[in-house]
Design a protein around this ligand. Structure first.
Ligand code: PHE
Length: 488
């Protein structure tokens, strides 16, 4: 055993001066000995000094010459006493040996050229290159001049060599007891512990990485936003239906049937089941009327509303479809109760996928339904909501949605990006949407929506949405995401 050899050697001799030589002498690899040295050093059983040395080793080319002879010697030996033509000699030796060999042999003054003929100039030669390479290879020291020549010919390279010299350490023992790592019940009962040596705690050792489950960044941000809604007194809406009818997704929102958002380029329609038959008939009638000829002070859109269009099934394009269902349910109560609702769930849009768009994303939506709400209430609620998200500088820009009037896009000043970024869309639901449901006339609904991906990407500094969500999601990114972030 290498350990016995090291400790035994140090018992009688003062030091092991060279770990490489020692490893070779006891027949173990230097790596094995090095590991042992580190362990013994850790227990202060030995003192180890690192030593570095430089030595010369042969390159592949150098090794070939050591075995086969140098090109100049091969060149010389291939010349017969009567001489030989260059072309014959080149053929005999091969172009490479010929080229290198002729130059070196000429420099050594071993050969002469007579017209096309190559002749020997001396009777015999000594292949010193071959000899000196062999000497270097066996670790012998050779003169600087020779080294420089061989280095220039790229036959040798310098190698830095690392090893150790060893002495007894303060806790040297000739035979090491195996240190126990655990104190067990048995040790105590038998009294063994008195004779055992225990391994000391290494408080500097790094703990292993625990491969546990990781929360996806979207889920973390979702939870934080959910908490904000809950703190603000909102209730969650049931968003478990990804499939919706056009009626709840568009018609009930006073979105005309020719609206471009209903185009298959923007909306995924279902093939089976392609349509929903079960719709609230009374309400459907009132929706048809408001689209066709208005009412409630509106002129409507003045077109022929088609039930088949409203029955078409689709993957919901916004969670506002759910808000609409919830508002309709509220309108069916005997006495109206004000509500604050929110949802965070998936929506689907038939978009070309790029760095910032996927065909599905998560929509965050909030709404308040109460008597006498104004645009001022909406602005106030948005300022409250977004400042809890760390965005307290807001600006609003008039916008258009078929179902809200007035409508406002929400911008927030991003300190990191040093610019205003769009963070959401908002508005007050139109009477053409609310009154056919049967809500009292003085009831208003203020609402807003935003994506979950956008703030998550800003918070985590992710520039490609495909790293965050979908089949190409980057697991390492999710594993290494911080648990706590500033700014939210
Ligand atoms: N449904 C809107 C969208 O998809 C968001 C929104 C919700 C806008 C509520 C106004 C009011 O962008």
């Amino acid at each position: 055993m290498a350990e016995d050899a090291v400790l035994g050697f140090l018992q009688t001799k003062e030091q092991i001066s060279d770990s490489h030589e020692f490893a070779a002498s006891i027949g173990v690899s230097h790596t094995e000995l090095e590991n042992l040295i580190k362990s013994l050093k850790g227990f202060q059983i030995v003192d180890a000094q690192e030593i570095t040395r430089e030595s010369w080793v042969l390159t592949d080319e150098g090794k070939t010459y050591m075995v086969n002879g140098s090109p100049e010697a091969l060149f010389f030996s291939a010349i017969p006493t009567e001489g030989i033509s260059r072309s014959n000699l080149k053929e005999k030796l091969g172009a490479e040996i010929f080229d290198i060999g002729s130059k070196a042999a000429a420099k050594n003054k071993w050969i002469t050229f007579e017209k096309d003929l190559v002749k020997r100039k001396v009777e015999s030669v000594q292949d010193e290159v071959k000899d000196v390479l062999a000497r270097i290879n066996s670790g012998e020291a050779v003169g600087d001049q020779v080294i420089n020549d061989l280095k220039r010919r790229k036959l040798i390279v310098k190698q830095t060599w690392k090893g150790y010299s060893l002495k007894k350490g303060p806790k040297y023992v000739s035979k090491r007891k195996k240190a126990e790592t655990d104190l067990t019940r048995e040790h105590i009962v038998s009294g063994d512990w008195k004779n055992l040596e225990f391994k000391e705690y290494n408080l500097n050792a790094e703990a292993p990485q625990i491969q546990a489950g990781y929360l996806h960044s979207l889920l973390e941000v979702r939870e934080q936003i959910q908490n904000i809604f809950l703190e603000m007194g909102f209730e969650e809406m049931p968003t478990n239906n990804f499939v919706e009818s056009s009626f709840w997704n568009f018609d009930a929102l006073f979105q005309p049937q020719q609206h471009p958002a209903r185009d298959s380029h923007d909306t995924f329609f279902l093939e089976t089941p392609a349509s929903t038959k079960d719709l609230p008939e009374d309400y459907l009638g009132r929706v048809k009327l408001v689209h066709e000829s208005g009412g409630y002070g509106s002129k409507g859109y003045g077109y022929d509303w088609k039930r088949e269009e409203a029955e078409k099934n689709l993957l919901r394009t916004h969670t506002t479809a759910v808000s609409t269902r919830m508002l309709y349910a509220l309108a069916q109560q005997d006495t109206f109760t004000p509500k604050r609702y929110y949802s965070i769930d998936r929506v689907f849009r038939n978009e070309a996928v790029d760095r910032t768009h996927l065909a599905e994303f998560h929509q965050i939506e909030g709404l308040i339904c109460d008597r006498g709400l104004t645009l001022g209430d909406l602005i106030g609620v948005l300022e409250d909501f977004f400042s809890r998200l760390g965005m307290s500088k807001l600006r609003f820009k008039p916008a258009y949605n078929p179902y809200t009037e007035p409508s406002m896009e929400i911008f927030s000043y991003h300190d990191g990006l040093q610019k205003w970024v769009e963070v959401g869309n908002s508005g007050m639901f139109r009477p053409e949407m609310l009154l056919p449901m049967g809500l009292p006339e003085d009831v208003n609904v203020i609402a807003w929506g935003l994506s979950l991906e956008r703030p998550t990407m800003i918070l985590y500094g992710i520039s490609n949405i495909r790293d965050l969500f979908g089949p190409k999601v980057d697991f390492n990114l999710i594993k290494s995401n911080p648990i706590c972030r500033l700014g939210l």
